[in-house]
Design a protein around this ligand. Structure first.
Ligand SMILES: [Zn+2]
Length: 259
């Protein structure tokens, strides 16, 4: 498979020596991606197994976990990225947990979600619908779009970013978080890194490669939020996170780009 930037052949080299050996590094754009993406049916099965595993070990659904992280992102977005009354879209909304948190903060928030089961859960438990596509959304409709731990899953990176660019208003912001392949654990564990082993993770970004693909889709002013919101509570985690962030080895890459 070619890199989404168009590079192929000798420009693509194996990234991990062991473990998840099917990741390729593109020497042109710095992107790391799986050489062969799973097909739609295979992907459905991977997601189904992942949710099942999560449910068994966590006694909760995947979509309902990480509430602290969601509140922390919602506070950050409501304080720094959007103003009350502005329209915001959560792209890859899961069961709508961030959509609800943002609505509680006075924002006009919609959600888009691929998985039918998650959309059904949202409608049944939260009483509103999530979008299954963006076709009916007018150009420039939203002042902000969020993609929390979503971009690494995309099977069509280029067209998805272009579609998000289209629905953003001029000056609108795209807020992204994704596992960082420059993070401490990624550097130590390499091809056995937890985030690399998840079969639905098709991309592993670093700062350079995510900037390249955002700019290629038309975004400008790509900003690396080094001191990003915390994903867990407690002073020990906060200290650890701040140290990793300050030395550039945080496990999360957090980026804001403008239309
Ligand atoms: Zn490339």
């Amino acid at each position: 498979m070619n890199c989404p930037c168009g590079a192929s052949g000798e420009q693509l080299v194996q990234y991990f020596p062991a473990g998840e050996t099917d990741f390729r590094l593109c020497k042109v754009c710095g992107c790391v991606f799986r050489e062969q993406f799973p097909g739609p049916e295979e992907l459905d099965e991977i997601y189904r197994l992942a949710y099942e595993e999560e449910n068994i070990s966590g006694e909760t659904t995947n979509q309902e976990s990480g509430d602290y992280a969601v509140r922390s992102f919602a506070d950050f977005l409501a304080g720094r990225i959007v103003k009350p009354g502005e329209r915001i879209l959560d792209y890859g909304a899961g069961s709508g947990v961030l959509v609800s948190e943002l609505r509680n903060r006075g924002l006009a928030c919609d959600g888009f979600e691929f998985a039918e089961s998650a959309r059904e859960y949202c409608l049944a438990n939260r009483g509103y619908s999530l979008k299954s596509n963006l076709q009916a959304v007018p150009d420039g409709y939203y002042q902000a779009v969020t993609m929390i731990e979503v971009i690494e899953h995309l099977t069509d990176l280029t067209n998805t970013l272009k579609e998000i660019y289209r629905v953003l208003a001029p000056g609108g912001k795209l807020f992204i978080t994704t596992p960082s392949r420059d993070g401490f654990r990624a550097r130590i564990e390499k091809g056995n890194w937890r985030e690399a082993r998840k079969k639905f993770h098709l991309f592993l970004f670093d700062w350079r490669s995510i900037s390249f693909h955002l700019e290629r889709a038309g975004f400008t002013g790509v900003e690396h939020i080094v001191f990003s919101p915390f994903q867990k509570e407690g002073w020990k985690f906060v200290m650890y996170a701040r140290i990793m962030q300050s030395i550039g080895m945080s496990g999360t890459l957090c980026v804001v780009a403008s239309r």
